[in-house]
Design a protein around this ligand. Structure first.
Ligand SMILES: NC(=O)c1ccc[n+]([C@@H]2O[C@H](COP(=O)([O-])OP(=O)(O)OC[C@H]3O[C@@H](n4cnc5c(N)ncnc54)[C@H](OP(=O)(O)O)[C@@H]3O)[C@@H](O)[C@H]2O)c1
Length: 328
């Protein structure tokens, strides 16, 4: 058993009625073989245990997408939800993928209906547009998103990977429909801090838009378990080459040292605490119960301002760019 986190730490999702815990669980790896190696080293049973311990631990907030494991991630969630006495207590955020062959606005609603079917739910807490990619103008998808929120298929609507200008367009379209834009889900971690510099974080704070921080552990690099001698497997190894893993070690040592001053917190727990203290909600990926339990240990304590400043300084020269770029 785990002690659930204090419900007073929950906060509104943007300016919507939905309330979320200070951390969510990412489920990209749930069924994905290519990037995460599902079936090699972790199984459905591991995911089931991860799900249930997150719910018991007071973090019943899961981020998924129709593309994760080509629908498997949502199907696993649907299966695990059916094992609960009170599935309504769980908040699911999922995403629409603007495939180039999706042309008509109504494909967003169809995609959401497919997700709801896989999840076995009548609605989701949050529906997001995964990327602002062409060919269709973002206005087409954002307008369709506002409509499914108005129709009650999603309690809130958000975007993902939108830059500041695109997020403002989405916010304005929602405002025209009398709705708040709930969130923008972007990569944010000690190793990817561009939203601090490009105005996104400040704008979101001022306008009540929640920043959902994806890859808050830089896909596991900030746990400290990957080193040049033990690089991450598969596609992650190509994103984070040996030289980069070498360069990141002083930051990991600092995180370990800082964690020791807080009763032995791990680098991962320090990394997640840092994201929360910057005002974002980390969506941390987990493949098994032990990882969820450990990540729950990021809650209930706070890095000091001096520690945050030291982490900011040490991470400055280690900044990486987009998901599809190799770190240097
Ligand atoms: N909107 C988007 O475009 C987008 C893009 C990426 C991600 N996301 C969302 O954000 C979520 C999180 O991002 P992410 O999965 O890329 O990366 P992450 O949260 O930075 O890292 C997750 C990985 O780190 C390892 N890990 C996690 N906790 C650990 C612990 N306590 N101890 C040791 N290892 C641990 C696990 O992989 P190993 O054990 O294999 O190392 C886990 O899969 C995703 O699941 C997804 O929901 C969204």
């Amino acid at each position: 058993m785990v002690d659930p986190i204090d419900p007073r730490t929950w906060q509104p999702l943007g300016r919507t009625e939905v309330r979320i815990p200070p951390m969510g669980i990412g489920t990209w790896a749930w069924g994905d073989r290519f990037m995460w190696g599902f079936g090699r080293g972790y199984t459905e049973e591991d995911l089931r245990a991860a799900f249930h311990v997150a719910v018991q631990g007071g973090v019943p907030f899961f981020d998924t997408a129709e593309v994760y494991g080509l629908g498997r991630s949502e199907r696993f969630l649907g299966q695990f939800l059916r094992e609960l006495d009170e599935p309504d207590r769980v908040l699911i955020a999922t995403k629409f993928f603007p495939y180039p062959w999706r042309w008509r606005a109504r494909s967003l609603r169809r995609a959401l209906e497919g997700s709801l079917q896989r999840l076995g739910r009548p609605r989701v807490a949050l529906y997001q547009i995964h990327w602002p990619w062409p060919p269709r103008d973002i206005r087409v998808w954002v307008t369709a998103l506002a409509q499914v929120v108005r129709d009650g298929l999603a309690q809130a609507g958000g975007v993902s990977n939108y830059n500041l200008d695109q997020m403002k367009v989405a916010e304005a379209i929602f405002a025209d429909q009398g709705l708040p834009l709930a969130s923008n889900q972007v990569e944010y971690s000690l190793l990817r801090r561009d939203i601090e510099r490009n105005g996104m974080l400040d704008y979101a704070r001022e306008h009540g838009i929640t920043i959902l921080a994806y890859s808050p552990l830089a896909m596991g690099i900030l746990t400290g378990k990957y080193t040049p001698a033990h690089p991450p497997p598969g596609a992650r190894g190509r994103r984070f080459p040996m030289e980069f893993l070498e360069r990141v070690q002083p930051l990991i040592r600092l995180m370990t040292e800082i964690g020791q001053g807080h009763g032995g917190k791990s680098p991962a727990q320090v990394a997640l605490n840092w994201v929360m203290q910057k005002g974002a909600v980390p969506l941390v990926g987990a493949k098994n119960e032990a990882q969820v339990r450990s990540n729950l240990g990021a809650l209930g304590w706070q890095l000091t301002p001096d520690e945050i400043a030291a982490l900011d300084k040490a991470s400055e020269p280690l900044q990486i760019s987009g998901l599809f770029h190799r770190a240097r």
